[in-house]
Design a binder for this molecule. Structure first.
Ligand SMILES: NC(=O)c1ccc[n+]([C@@H]2O[C@H](COP(=O)([O-])OP(=O)(O)OC[C@H]3O[C@@H](n4cnc5c(N)ncnc54)[C@H](O)[C@@H]3O)[C@@H](O)[C@H]2O)c1
Length: 279
């Protein structure tokens, strides 16, 4: 999809970080915006700052882990603008805990926001996008965590690996059908955003996060530093996404150096070696 002006983008997790940068870029390209986030006050404040007339923006509270919320978001988006041309399944949370430290609620929180969110988004938007006139595109935000297996991030890794294979499978199916819906998969490495404070929006139904042991705390610190020193900004990542959509390119991996680590993992598999350290 090469033309964005006058078309409609739906972006989840748009109150902060990469989602907000995607919204800024979509607004600059003249798109109508449907912005969704679990944090409505922050979303509304962000929407008010965008270079987009208020009648071209719909900002909605939505918990993407809940199918009914995503279904209502789709109703609202198609109801308001008649079509959806760009769907960014982007909302997500992160948690740094060893596998043995995590509660079932921790798993459910992370997989709800990171994997079920994308399943719900595809289920409730894709059939209508495929049925409408002209081209459209789905962008699923995974992570390099979907291509690697770093310690103390099992739920995050499982969710993101799920988004990778879901997106690759969807791509194959849509190509086989000559669909006018394209798919891209975003796999960033470290980007300075609000992800390190993801617990700020943890839903009450999941209770308190499980306590972190010594190794999890050390890795939390290391991750905080890596995020802080991330060389690409959220705006750089959004530009990479729009370039990929315009070129109908599937893999969007803006941090190129990380591919060395991905390559090592693939070689471990091909050569029957035990897993090398992921970082
Ligand atoms: N920042 C990074 O280094 C990085 C790297 C790889 C992938 N990602 C992915 O990028 C995406 C965006 O994260 P970010 O880094 O911009 O973080 P962020 O915390 O700045 O933004 C995430 C947004 O998602 C929202 N959100 C969380 N749970 C939600 C839910 N259940 N329903 C609706 N909204 C919800 C939050 O309120 C927040 O506004 C995530 O999927 C994340 O996993 C981030």
């Amino acid at each position: 999809m090469k033309d964005f002006a006058g078309r409609t983008a739906v972006i989840t997790g748009a109150a902060s970080g990469i989602g907000l940068a995607l919204a800024r870029r979509a607004a600059r390209d003249g798109m109508n915006l449907v912005l969704a986030d679990i944090d409505l006050p922050r979303l509304q404040a962000a929407a008010a700052e965008l270079a987009c007339p208020p009648d071209r923006v719909l900002a909605r509270a939505c918990d993407v882990s809940l199918e009914a919320d995503v279904a209502a978001l789709a109703e609202a988006a198609f109801g308001r603008f008649g079509a959806v041309h760009l769907l960014c399944n982007n909302a997500g949370v992160a948690l740094t805990r060893l596998v043995r430290e995590m509660s079932t609620a921790d798993w459910e929180w992370v997989l709800g926001a990171n994997l079920w969110s994308v399943i719900h988004g595809i289920r409730h938007f894709l059939p209508r996008m495929a049925a409408q006139d002209g081209e459209s595109h789905v962008v699923n935000t995974a992570s390099v965590a979907g291509l690697l297996s770093t310690p103390a991030s099992a739920a995050y890794n499982v969710g993101k690996h799920g988004v990778v294979t879901l997106s690759e499978t969807l791509y194959q199916e849509l190509k086989a059908e000559n669909s006018r819906v394209g798919v891209s998969l975003l796999c960033p490495a470290w980007v300075k955003t609000g992800i390190n404070q993801a617990g700020r929006n943890r839903q009450a139904r999941y209770g308190e996060v499980s306590p972190a042991g010594e190794m999890s705390r050390a890795l939390e610190e290391r991750i905080a530093k890596a995020l802080e020193s991330g060389r690409l900004s959220a705006d750089d990542v959004a530009d990479a996404v729009f370039a990929a959509v315009a070129e109908d390119r599937f893999y969007v991996i803006p941090h190129r150096k990380i591919l060395e680590v991905v390559k090592r993992r693939c070689e471990d598999i091909l050569e029957g070696r035990n897993p090398s350290p992921a970082w």
